[in-house]
Write a protein that binds this ligand. Structure first.
Ligand code: ATP
Ligand code: MG
Ligand code: MG
Ligand code: MG
Length: 477
């Protein structure tokens, strides 16, 4: 018999005869009521089962987490809170669940605890909701770009270029580490390695994406990205997914417009398509807030926060203006925001970013025109010779969510900059060629997908919004 998704059963408009539901037991009450969930929705369906003549041993097997199949009728429910329930005629345990490791009473586990308990984590309401929102967001990303005629380009995971990610790259070799051949002067001889050169996992698909944008006009990448970040923060992963659009003939302003429009579109898409999951996450977060001291409580509920982003344009502020604001607020030493800088030329720390967003502007912020020396080599130098056409988008609770720029389209300026920074021109010959054969103004940005999911789900630790988090000392599961 074909089974029906619980989501569809709960959305039925009238009772149904002879249905089959399959899922995992959430709770079992009074030897009669089973709350069943199959992952299709945050909601459980109640199954009323007559266990009167069942042996005790059978009842003992109905533990939280057990996989079961229920056949019966979908009938109107007498209980509050649900329209329908299943009046079961037959009940079968498909897979037992160790009651010790999956406690019968589903107490709310902490997210830290869940990160170490793979089997529990995936079955919690919170994680299920987050994963469904993540999936919808991922669809919205493709939908946005595809509807606008962007070409989806899969940039390589293994790359030979390490100009961008100095010190943050995972190396790729096919040889056992202790067998790497050495040159006469003791260095590793990559010529004898698989690719005949030094290779890494990609830290960004941008350089490759640029070459395609300069032929196809507008492209985007959406793929895994790897950074050996040796810090343990709540916003960095060693493996994360990045969305990188790149558009020919777009300048920095067009780039900001695109990023803002894109973010508002995908957030709205999630708000419209994940109502139940977001409502659940909001309630869960509000409960958590209640346990915090008043001063630390977040000022907005989740849906209110998302609505706010949808209804406000992002505040555009130059780096120089931002530094002035930060300098002015330095003497006002509130505990939560104490500043170590801030002189013109310094990179902003996430506490500075969050101050600008959460306290000063109370809105998402696009900071632009950063000092050239704190940004990557490929960004377009401004006429002042000191700043580049870079932009970072800063979000409440997150800090940087997007980093982007107009790219340096002038061959000579680009080469000069690379020389100054000691970046190997020969290694990037293919990239420099884009500036030799029909170069033009172009721009793009990178948005860390997990930071977007963090924002939309209201979570605070990036490990909780990716199926298998990779962080220092952690590649267990
Ligand atoms: P940060 O300043 O937070 O370290 P970044 O400036 O190093 O970020 P970019 O190189 O600008 O990051 O990458 C573009 C986007 O990718 C960032 O704005 C962020 O959303 C995301 N991102 C960068 N590093 C990570 C990471 N380690 N884990 C998750 N997302 C990341
Ligand atoms: Mg970084
Ligand atoms: Mg940054
Ligand atoms: Mg950045």
């Amino acid at each position: 018999m074909k089974h029906t998704k619980i989501k569809d059963l709960l959305a039925a408009t009238q009772p149904m005869k002879d249905i089959n539901a399959k899922g995992w037991v959430r709770t079992f009450r009074n030897n009669q009521f089973i709350a069943l969930n199959d992952g299709s929705t945050i909601h459980n369906i109640q199954c009323v089962v007559d266990f009167e003549n069942s042996p005790e041993a059978e009842l003992k097997r109905i533990t939280t987490g057990a996989a079961v199949s229920v056949i019966g009728d979908l009938v109107e429910s007498q209980g509050a809170g649900q329209k329908f329930e299943i009046q079961a005629r037959s009940f079968e345990i498909l897979g037992d669940s160790d009651a010790e490791k999956f406690p019968m009473q589903p107490k709310k586990h902490s997210l830290e605890f869940l990160r170490e308990n793979a089997h529990l984590r995936v079955r919690t309401n919170a994680f299920g909701a987050i994963m469904r929102v993540r999936s919808v967001l991922s669809y919205a990303v493709h939908k946005y770009f595809q509807d606008k005629g962007f070409v989806y380009v899969n940039t390589p995971i293994i790359t030979g270029a390490d100009a961008e990610g100095a010190g943050e790259m995972f190396q790729v070799t096919s040889l056992p580490l202790d067998h790497l051949p050495k040159t006469e002067d003791g260095n590793i001889n990559y010529k004898e390695d698989f690719f005949g050169k030094h290779t890494n996992l990609t830290v960004s698909g941008q350089l490759e994406g640029e070459t395609f944008a300069m032929a196809l006009g507008q492209i985007y990448t959406f793929g895994p990205t790897f950074r050996a970040e040796n810090s343990n923060t709540s916003r960095h992963l060693a493996e994360f997914w990045m969305i990188e659009p790149e558009v020919a003939f777009n300048d920095l302003n067009d780039n900001m417009d695109l990023a803002e429009d894109f973010i508002q579109y995908v957030v709205k898409y999630a708000v419209d398509h994940c109502k139940d999951d977001l409502k659940f996450l909001e309630t869960r977060l509000l409960e958590e807030e209640k346990s915090k001291p008043q001063a630390e409580r977040s000022e907005m509920a989740l849906l209110e926060k998302l609505d706010f982003v949808l209804n406000h344009s992002f505040k555009r502020v130059s780096y120089t203006e931002a530094i002035d604001i930060l300098k002015d607020s330095t003497p006002n030493k509130k505990k939560k925001f104490q500043y170590l800088i801030t002189e013109w030329g310094a990179d902003l720390q996430s506490e500075h970013e969050r101050f600008l967003v959460e306290k000063h502007f109370k809105s998402p912020v696009i900071l632009y025109d950063y000092p050239a020396n704190i940004k990557a080599f490929y960004m377009r130098l401004n006429e002042d010779g000191k700043t580049v056409r870079a932009m970072d988008i800063l979000f409440p609770g997150i800090g940087e969510i997007v980093g982007g720029s107009q790219r340096e389209e002038r061959y000579d300026v680009l080469v000069e900059k690379m020389r100054k920074l000691g970046i190997d021109e020969e290694e990037l010959w293919w990239y420099l060629d884009t500036r030799r054969f029909g170069s033009a103004v172009h721009s793009g940005f990178g948005l860390g997908f997990e930071r977007l999911v963090l924002f939309v789900t209201g979570m605070t630790n990036i490990r909780d919004v990716i199926p298998f988090p990779r962080t220092p000392q952690n590649a267990e599961f």
